[in-house]
Design a protein around this ligand. Structure first.
Ligand code: ADP
Ligand code: MG
Length: 599
């Protein structure tokens, strides 16, 4: 872990922004409320003193009623001020949480799209949301309680001297022991153990989520022990750390803490008994008894205050982990946006000695790759799975930024172009292009919100989607995913193509899907491809080599390196990797045809 630069509270107050002042006001009010809450005990002391002074002739105790009213008024005022304090801290807390959400989302908007791909965006949002909510408790309640309790301690020290310092010290001593015990659980080397314990808890809940997510796979592949392994290890690790922390660290201090919290009077009684003879001799025994009565009652609020500090301390811990998670979101890489964007001069695409390594990977996914697609040309990327095709395509719209080298559009490094201009000029169809749960119309229109219904219809038609629209109950307005309206993979691909066609961008980046290749869909998809790619600069990742034979240039990527480059005919002549792939492909096609003949 990195060293903390700022305390958690300072970080939180930074998020509070203009509501910082309100937080402080709330904290001051909380201290005032605590003082007001102590005054009724002083009234009790006054009543006791008067009663004892006039005993046994109680009728002479004229002021008792007045003190009662005062005690009531102070209690009421204390409650009202505490209420006002909580109002302030809650307002500030809600605002702070909302600021955290806003700033976090604003930050996420600036991260490269590829970051979302590998960190499910919903998950990130949930994390941010949950963490922001967890900070609320700290700001709204815990801080106020800490300030209140600290005020009480100060007041107790003052009271020690006002009434009887020996009895006051006895009460305070119990409180000090209790607090000291609490801090030994959280400070020094125990702090590290506690962090490990919390980390293990985090890990366990993560593994639990993973486990639940993996259930379909577990079922399909009939896995048993192995799939439990990560989860089981996380539980065992947690159990070990929990035992170590609770048994090894917390047992004694927690017992001490609870003993002295619940029994704040534990020293008061012996001290009183010890000093009683002296009080008898001094002649002011009535005052002595009064003081004892006061401290006996007062020790009860010491317990309450201590319990509050305990809650506050656990609130601090929760908030601290929450802030850690917020910091993680805020640490997500952002795309640099240039202040002086350059205008692409045409619609060509060029990779200049591009290398790219995914974060955390040891080997580059792309290794010094250079090639060029002139305006209007089609360049196909082929090669074995994991060769780097999808990675290369993702660098063009800046899903990621290159590690070294440059990707240029129209002669301009994509990092020096205006991101909006860049996005306007490129249409993508990626393998994992998901349709969202909205009508087909909305799904297609997403690429160009200004498009009219008619234009959307034309794009769908050009993408060969007419048969899909016909069989859906509400045609273009059918909401995808509602009952009975699931689209097959090939159909989804065609709707995604319609989206790209509607965008009418001069550059098209295609990651062709293989998985959905039933022959009927395949023919339609090919037709849609032709509409989409006509007259445009195309970077196409092809899995069926039949689609690339007409490409202006074929790039063979193997293990991140450019293995071969040329037209279909040139590469066939070369008798290298492409020629082998071509032979394999034809073999597979023949095989498929003979298989269908048998049927
Ligand atoms: P292809 O599309 O040619 O099958 P990819 O570009 O998807 O290949 O992958 C190239 C390499 O980069 C592979 O080794 C793959 O494991 C790795 N890779 C792909 N995506 C990621 C990612 N999001 N994070 C880390 N590594 C990745
Ligand atoms: Mg791929």
């Amino acid at each position: 872990m990195k060293e903390k630069k700022k305390s958690d509270i300072a970080v939180l107050l930074d998020y509070a922004g203009s509501y910082k002042g309100l937080t402080f006001l709330g904290l001051v009010l909380s201290g005032v409320a605590m003082l007001l809450g102590m005054l009724p005990y002083i009234c009790i002391w006054l009543v006791a003193r008067e009663l004892i002074a006039v005993a046994p002739d109680w009728t002479k105790a004229a002021d008792v009623g007045k003190y009662g009213v005062m005690a009531f008024a102070f209690s009421l005022a204390g409650i009202l001020v505490y209420f006002a304090a909580l109002m302030c801290t809650h307002l500030a807390a809600f605002r702070t949480a909302s600021n955290i959400r806003k700033q976090g989302m604003a930050h996420l908007m600036k991260t490269p799209l590829g970051f979302f791909d590998s960190n499910a965006s919903g998950l990130l949002r949930n994390r941010l949301d949950g963490a922001a909510a967890e900070t609320e408790t700290l700001l709204a309640h815990n801080l106020a309680d800490i300030v209140g309790s600290a005020t009480m301690f100060l007041a107790m020290i003052v009271l020690m001297f006002v009434f009887d310092w020996r009895m006051g010290a006895a009460c305070l001593f119990a409180a000090v022991i209790s607090v000291a015990a609490m801090f030994t659980m959280m400070g020094g080397k125990n702090a590290k153990l506690m962090q490990e314990y919390q980390a293990a808890q985090d890990e366990m809940s993560k593994a639990g989520t993973e486990y639940v997510r993996g259930i379909p796979v577990v079922k399909v592949f009939q896995q048993t022990v192995y799939s439990f392994k990560a989860f089981k290890e996380a539980i065992e690790d947690y159990s070990k750390k929990a035992e170590l922390y609770t048994d090894g660290v917390c047992r004694v201090p927690q017992s001490v803490n609870l003993t002295f919290t619940e029994g704040a009077f534990i020293f008061l009684v012996p001290v009183t008994v010890l000093i009683a003879p002296g009080a008898l001799e001094s002649g002011n025994f009535a005052g002595f008894v009064t003081n004892f009565a006061f401290y006996a009652v007062f020790s009860a609020i010491v317990s309450t205050a201590l319990a509050r500090i305990m809650f506050a301390a656990s609130g601090m811990m929760l908030a601290s982990t929450a802030l850690g998670r917020i910091a993680q979101v805020m640490a997500a890489p952002t795309l640099s946006v240039t202040d002086h964007p350059k205008k692409p001069s045409d619609y060509s695409i060029e990779f200049k000695d591009v290398s790219f390594t995914y974060e955390g990977a040891d080997v580059p996914a792309l290794d010094h790759v250079s090639f060029r697609a002139g305006q209007g040309q089609t360049v196909a990327l082929v090669g074995p799975s994991g060769g780097g095709k999808t990675t290369a395509a993702s660098l063009i719209p800046r899903f990621w930024d290159v590690t070294s080298g440059a990707v240029c559009v129209g002669g301009v490094d994509v990092r020096e172009a205006d991101p909006h201009v860049l996005m306007d000029q490129i249409a993508f169809v990626f393998q994992n292009n998901r349709l969202f749960k909205a009508s087909i119309y909305e799904n297609v229109r997403a690429s160009r919100p200004a498009a009219s219904r008619d234009e959307v219809r034309k794009a769908l038609s050009a993408a060969q989607c007419d048969d899909i629209l016909q069989k859906l109950p509400d045609g273009m307005d059918t909401v995808i995913g509602t009952e009975g309206t699931y689209l097959s993979g090939g159909e989804q691909q065609r709707v995604a193509l319609a989206r790209a066609i509607l965008k009418d961008a001069p550059i098209v980046v295609l990651d062709e899907a293989t998985a959905f290749a039933d022959p009927e869909n395949e023919a339609l998809i090919q037709k849609a491809f032709r509409v989409l790619t006509k007259g445009r600069t195309v970077i196409m990742i092809a899995h069926r080599l039949s689609t690339v034979t007409g490409a202006d240039k074929i790039i063979v990527l193997d293990n991140g390196r450019l293995a071969e480059e040329g037209t279909h005919e040139e590469l066939k002549q070369k008798k290298g990797m492409y020629a082998r792939m071509w032979a394999d492909y034809n073999q597979a096609v023949k095989w498929r045809i003979s298989a269908s003949e048998v049927m």
